[in-house]
Ligand binder design. Sequence first.
Ligand code: MOS
Length: 704
Amino acid sequence: MIGQALNRVDGPLKVGGRAAYAYEHWEAGQPLYGFIAGATIGKGRITKIDIARAERSPGVRLVLTHRNAPEQNAPDFSITSQYSRAFPVLNGPEIHYYGEPVALVVAETFEQARAAARLVDVEYAAEAGHYDFAARQNNAYAPKKVNAGLPTDSAVGDFDAGFAGAAVKVDQRYSTPYYFSQAMEPHAAMAVWNGDDLTIYVTDQILAEGRTCVASTLRIDLQRVHLISPYIGGGFGSKLGLHHEAILAALAAREVKQPVKVAMTRQQIFHLVGPRPTTSQRVRLGAGKDGRLVAIGHDVTMYTNPEWEYAEQTAATTRSLYAAPNRLTRHRLTPLDRQRGEDVRAPGEAPGLLAVESAMDELAYALGIDPVELRIRNEPARDPERDVPFSDRRLVECLREGARRFGWEERPVSPASRRDGRWLVGYGMAAAIRMHFQGTAKVRVRIGRDGIAVVQSDMTDLGTGTYTILTQVAADALGLPIERVRIEIGKSDFPESSGSGGSWGAANSSIALHRACKALREKIEHSAGEPGDLEAEGEVAGMWKEPAYQAYSIHTYGAHFAEVGVDADTAEIRLRRMLGVFAVGRALNAKTTRSQLIGGMTWGVSAALHEEAVVDTRTGAFVNRDLAEYLVPVNADIPDLDAIVLDGFDDKANVLGAKGLGELGICGAGAAVANAVFNATGVRVRDFPITLDKVLPGLPLAEA
Ligand code: MOS
């Protein structure tokens, strides 16, 4: 049962329109609609706010501003996870970032609320803010830790001496822009008060953290807050935490004594939800003529909000990827007056591997060694910085299997050497690595006289397949057909998990469920056929308490291969085909696994060729704040793309042998495409995305 390509058990509900999302819980009563009015400056203060016109507008029931919004708790920055902190909204006249809410207008219809929001008259005293990352990146500081509690810096051996003495060197800078998770379902919430109890229908990946955030912001008892999020229309990190929509809906619903819905528009998402920080990265690789690395250096600078520090762990996996005796990684932060940075799919690895795996490709050409062979020559026997064994690695197998299936031996060895009509054709590859995290999770399973097993947890399914894999795990462990398993997740009142994030949800909740089922079977055996309901709980501890995390380096791996065509006259870049081969331990469901991996690979293509949120450096606003101008790949951009998973079982990771893979597909994928563009054209673009204006000037002149 585990591993089978079972169709999504929630598929019929979704395609039949019966899966209710946050904005669609009509059973909760007739709602009012809230619309956010945002600041039109990036820094300064409100000097005057006049809501008279908005209040007189048809259907308007409430206009909340900093003048009448209830007092809320300030965030406690000693709490490590930003998503558990209080998140006060409309709590003063100061403006910290462009688009910050200055009012919430609540009306009988959405259109009335939106129209009236335009009538809120605000005057500002604008201050000069810092919005330009490139201009400010020398004002960087070292954070105490980076995301996931990882060390800011690492050093092994003597990097400077090792690099200075290397026979062949690469020393390059790469940059990545601001990226946004653009889930199909926007950030939305509906709040309903029932006495002192607050229920919020949310779209939220980690309900336990969201509940803490709401209770702390509104100064109410945690037990009084009930979050409900049975279906999530994509999240990718942007819904690890709640935002203004949930807090504002709760504040407004309390005032008007009626349910209130608030949804962000697509444009508001660009200013109210955190981007992946823009980065500038310096990668230094020093090798002997035989291709063996003697020094690896990875320096990362990125922006942060001055108060809400967020440091993406961009160089963290550089610590485990290749062997070299002398090593150095560092993360630095440059404060800018913009909204807090947040996690976007594969925080760290996604931008980090764009740089490192491009640099490895540059080194391969400098040495005249096949890029696949170069990586194999630098395969470490143990984790090169922690000096512990790998739990299960198989990167070399991914490289070899990928090269064989892709036909890598057909690659054009010299850049710009192959033509197919008007197209310059190139092959590129890159390695993938992603940390495997483990968080706490509790799951309850109950079996009744009807022989139906009901599984309960506050775990979420953001489209990844949680309902389906938990069905498989329970059916397998209890020996039941899948029709006799019912999964109930997405309610904060259920046993607490770490939700969906960091690719850990599937393994966390599956292991806890597996244990719950085992305990339930023992109870069934002891009950000796007595009728009645039986229930049991299973639990998993966080990695900080798991000895395996001390004893082993636990990651997932892969290898990407891409073929591109670049128009010899216009530099238009078309992906022609792409293959990823991955080692993830045991895959819990072959179909949802493949879907996650090809989805991630598509993001990689996007990072290489499409995505970039552009800042107006006068105000801090993102100028291309919609999906017409913030480009993401469409079907026409993604041709033949496939993901293969090696059969596996990581017995060191956990009892099911399964590791997180939701984010692995994006890791390194963009670099494979970038390396293919270089192979096709001889043009190396280090400022992502690779748009045709950056390639065109370097194209070889067409023959007369
Ligand atoms: Mo992920 S960026 O931790 O949802």
